[in-house]
Design a protein. Sequence first.
Length: 68
Amino acid sequence: MAIAVQLDEIMEDRGVSLQKLSHCVGITNVNLSRIKTGKVRSMRFSTLEKICETLECQPGDILKYVEP
């Protein structure tokens, strides 16, 4: 996939656990883990917005385009 998810790095920088972020965003740990590992094909903008709001970052900090 040409879009890489770098949620791990942002969470580590902010000191936020998977459980805390999933609670703040309002999704299950399993779904957030799938996002974090890049095993999803889509994500709602509302979910991305809540992740960015909680982690105080921009969508471009989490999602990167990678040459295939």
